[in-house]
Design a protein around this ligand. Structure first.
Ligand code: PMT
Length: 377
């Protein structure tokens, strides 16, 4: 059905709002340097006819103050992105890993953070007391080390950090533009947990919001912490009213639409859909596919995201991908179970990304073949 006049005007207005984001919210200071690194990386791999995956990973923050003391965060440890990156590299891709600073990284993820402290993998040699890898972990670490060294030697992994949602959006746009010459060989795998609400630059206060009434500031111009609101001017997005902190956030434009329609029209685009209510997941994933007309939505529930995901695509319909029964749990005690009860307390014996990435790579190979007018081999 053709869009009605009103619908059409509405969508034009939304597009303008999205473009407007980049004129009203400032470019991050190190953007040009990061884009230059990416351009060199992409050109190198384009010349080698390699497929390039841009993986986003980790949560974006929403600062409440320009000189930031307080911020709102989105949940994501970076496990999905970092683990997937390793499997994309294994599948022959070059990977741009756009990640939240200090979240999990490919390869080092095996030995970082509280559950995998690297010190637990080390021991003193009984011969000379030197610090060495415990014999129990030699084989596993040797494999990880070899793959890490290969990625370094072949220059197939580029790490680019972000912290705020603003940095994320500027980087995503800039990188997408750089990836355009790759055509269908470019792939976007959007696993980052992106804020839906934010503080626009013009409503951001400069200094730390003062909780004590004695220090409340009266300014309303974005440089103070006062409630303001006179003469139609909107109050700062985060401000004190008596003893209460008021936070009034604007919606983040749905940039996925711009990515699909304008920034990366030839690339394969995969978004993730995170839900906590199981009854909503399939509908929301279908809705996202219809709304943005990209290639694939991967739905996951917060509690079971390491055990099962739902693929929703036009070509493939709906398909669950699950860690095979019997290989589902690897508890600290080594006990193996089948159910998904108490899953948060356990780790699956198989990384579900080892099943997700080959499926995605297969779909991508078909898209590339189609764009070149041939059948996939
Ligand atoms: O890192 P882990 O701990 O392993 O967790 C992984 C994960 C659960 C975070 C990951 O698998 C996941 O689901 N990531 C997407 C989470 C998310 O942002 O979902 P959403 O429903 O808010 O957004 C869905 C999609 O819309 C996203 O792919 C995003 O690209 C897009 N979006 C989001 C916000 C926005 N303003 N515009 C968008 O286009």
């Amino acid at each position: 059905m053709a869009p009605s006049h009103t619908q059409f005007n509405g969508s034009v207005q939304k597009d303008a709002e999205m473009q407007d984001y980049f004129t009203t919210n400032p470019q991050p200071p190190n953007l040009d340097r990061q884009i230059t690194l990416a351009r060199t990386f992409i050109n190198h791999h384009a010349t080698a006819h390699r497929r390039v995956a841009l993986i986003t990973s980790g949560g974006t923050t929403v600062p409440l103050e320009n000189q930031t003391v307080r911020f709102i965060d989105n949940f994501s440890a970076g496990t999905r992105g970092a683990t997937s990156a390793e499997y994309f590299l294994e599948a022959g891709y070059a990977v741009i890993f756009l990640h939240r600073q200090f979240s999990l990284l490919p390869y080092s993820r095996h030995y970082s953070h509280s559950t995998n402290c690297f010190l637990d993998f080390m021991t003193h040699s009984p011969v000379d007391g030197a610090v060495v890898v415990d014999s129990e972990y030699q084989t596993q670490m040797s494999g990880v080390l070899s793959r890490y060294r290969q990625a370094k030697k072949e220059n197939t992994l580029l790490l680019l950090p972000f912290v705020t949602v603003n940095e994320y959006l500027w980087l995503l746009r800039g990188l997408a533009m750089q990836m355009q010459p790759l055509g269908a060989k470019g792939l976007f795998y959007l696993a980052a947990a992106v804020s839906d609400f934010f503080v626009p630059a013009e409503r951001m206060v400069e200094h730390k919001i003062q909780s004590s009434e004695d220090f409340h500031q009266k300014s309303t111009n974005g440089n103070g912490n006062g409630a303001g609101g006179g003469d139609g001017e909107r109050a700062p997005a985060a401000h004190m009213e008596n003893t209460r902190l008021i936070i009034d956030l604007d919606p983040v434009p749905k940039f996925l639409k711009l990515l699909v329609d304008g920034w990366a029209p030839q690339s394969m685009i995969i978004s993730f859909k995170l839900e906590t209510d199981p009854s909503l997941l399939a509908n929301k994933a279908r809705g996202a596919l219809e709304k943005y007309s990209h290639h694939l939505v991967i739905g996951n529930k917060l509690n079971t995201r390491k055990w099962e995901v739902l693929f929703v695509s036009v070509e493939g319909g709906e398909k669950w991908i699950r860690v095979p029964a019997g290989r589902r749990t690897k508890s600290m005690s080594g006990a193996v179970g089948d159910g998904l009860e108490d899953v948060e307390l356990r780790e699956p014996a198989v990384e579900i990304e080892s099943l997700i990435v080959p499926e995605v790579a297969g779909m991508h190979a078909e898209l590339i073949a189609k764009s070149e007018g041939r059948k996939v081999q």
